[in-house]
Design a binder for this molecule. Structure first.
Ligand code: ADP
Ligand code: ASP
Ligand code: MG
Length: 422
């Protein structure tokens, strides 16, 4: 006798799936975790299957990284020669514990409210990455365990920011990477939507902490938000936006401090409709920028070798210019845990290397930024009125930027917001 074909997950599923991600400030203490648990319970009772992705509590990741640096410094002062940058594999073992604490506590809080819940690490729930420690990329998601637990009626809690490499090593996804976990899971589970909860009720036209006049953006297209994230707006991580764009995941950015079920503002991040142009304009800032100038050698080997070291250290090349043998690089170090060794290696590799640190990058993101010389002229004029001296100005189709003294970044953001966004 032939047995009936087992029904696939999608055929048996009756409830739509929502993925909710709660950032560090939303789970900073047990009371806040309790509010998150209340929101999760309310969502489950409203008829959804809920997958919750959590970040480490408060500033736990920063505190763990500081411990790693202290351990390194202790070895250096003891006179033992050796690494001065903490090994990235061990950093991953260390920082991935932060999310593990939060996931277990949230699962306990949800179960205390009468719902069944189960927590998983990134590796347990099938987040497979490449083998780049500390800024790994997700290459595959195999969410079978999550699907099984949802089918058994469980709320599933996932530790964000982490996965397992194909070599079965624990990896992390770069700072702010819990956003990426959430979007990648939403895509793999074909969730109805992905909700990203933080301490702001969505995306603004500038960081509201730096620019009091920043206004709320109810809707935003993927490309604009990806540019904003890549140029320093940490409200959502750039890799997450890229995943959302590729998989067409509808992302809602919300505040976890708004009342559960009450009227609240949010930002919907979505694809542009046919013929629709990006309309949003926003100002962003990156606080850890380095300007590097050096002379290429006759064999043309220094620049490629420098770029490789820069990438390995987790620095991002924002701009590269080569004129004759003169090389100029604008680098973002905001995702690099420590690049002291790399700095020393670059000094040996690059002739006449001049490194300028303590810089920031202020950008205006939005369409039309490379339409003739006018946007850059306005950018220079606005910075000049605010007594901010740009070291360098850059323009591309979706973005115009200036490298400025990091200490003047707030003034620079306010000046550009007043000029371009109003
Ligand atoms: P979480 O810990 O929840 O992931 P983050 O600190 O990573 O939250 O992101 C939220 C913060 O992003 C806000 O507190 C805000 O200061 C900052 N931010 C920067 N740029 C923007 C922007 N354009 N819109 C909203 N928030 C922004
Ligand atoms: N806890 C990690 C960080 O602080 C990941 C995250 O918050 O998304 O970067
Ligand atoms: Mg974040």
């Amino acid at each position: 006798m032939l047995l009936p074909e087992p029904k696939s997950e999608s055929e048996t599923r009756t409830r739509p799936i929502v993925v909710q991600k709660y950032g560090g400030s939303s789970v900073a203490d047990v009371e806040k975790l309790g509010s998150v648990a209340d929101r999760v319970v309310a969502t489950r009772r409203a008829g959804y299957d809920v997958v919750v992705v959590v970040s480490a509590m408060g500033k736990t990741t920063d505190a763990l990284l500081e411990l790693a640096h202290q351990a390194c410094r202790a070895s250096a002062s003891g006179g033992t020669p050796g690494a001065i940058e903490p090994p990235r594999r061990e950093l991953d073992m260390l920082v991935s514990t932060g999310e593990r604490v939060a996931m277990a506590l949230l699962s306990i809080a949800i179960q205390a409210r009468g719902l069944s819940a189960i927590s998983f690490t990134g590796s347990q729930c099938g987040i497979i990455t490449n083998d780049r420690h500390f800024d790994a990329r997700i290459i595959e998601v195999r969410p079978h365990r999550i699907e099984d637990e949802l089918a058994r009626g469980m709320v599933v809690i996932v530790a964000g920011y982490q996965g397992m490499s194909y070599k079965r090593e624990i990896t992390t996804l770069g700072r702010g990477g819990s956003d990426t976990t959430a979007v990648a899971l939403a895509a793999a589970l074909q969730a109805e939507r992905c909700e990203i909860y933080s301490d702001v009720d969505g995306v603004y036209s500038a960081d509201p902490r730096a620019v009091p006049d920043a206004h709320h953006l109810p809707e935003l297209d993927y490309a604009t938000l990806q540019h904003m994230a890549e140029s320093g707006a940490k409200v959502l991580c750039a890799q997450a936006v890229e995943w959302a764009r590729r998989a067409g995941v509808a992302v809602y950015a919300r505040s976890s401090f708004d009342p559960v079920g009450g009227p609240a503002r949010e930002t919907l991040v979505r694809k542009l409709g046919p013929g629709e142009e990006p309309r949003a304009r926003a100002v962003t800032a990156d606080r850890a920028v380095v300007l590097a100038r050096f002379r290429e050698d006759a064999g043309g080997r220094a620049l490629p070798a420098a770029i490789e070291k820069i990438a390995r250290a987790g620095l991002r090349v924002v701009h590269l210019r080569q004129a004759g043998d003169a090389v100029e690089l604008v680098l973002s170090a905001s995702a690099a845990p420590d690049w002291s060794e790399t700095r020393a290696e670059l000094g040996k590799l690059c002739r006449e290397l001049a490194l300028e640190e303590g810089l920031g990058l202020v950008s205006v993101v939005g369409g039309g930024m490379a339409d003739g010389p006018e946007p850059l002229r306005r950018l220079r004029r606005a910075l000049g009125h605010a007594a901010v001296e740009p070291r360098l100005c850059l323009a591309s189709a979706l973005c115009a930027s200036a490298v400025v003294d990091a200490a003047r970044l707030v003034e620079a953001q306010r000046a550009l917001h007043a000029e371009f966004v109003g």
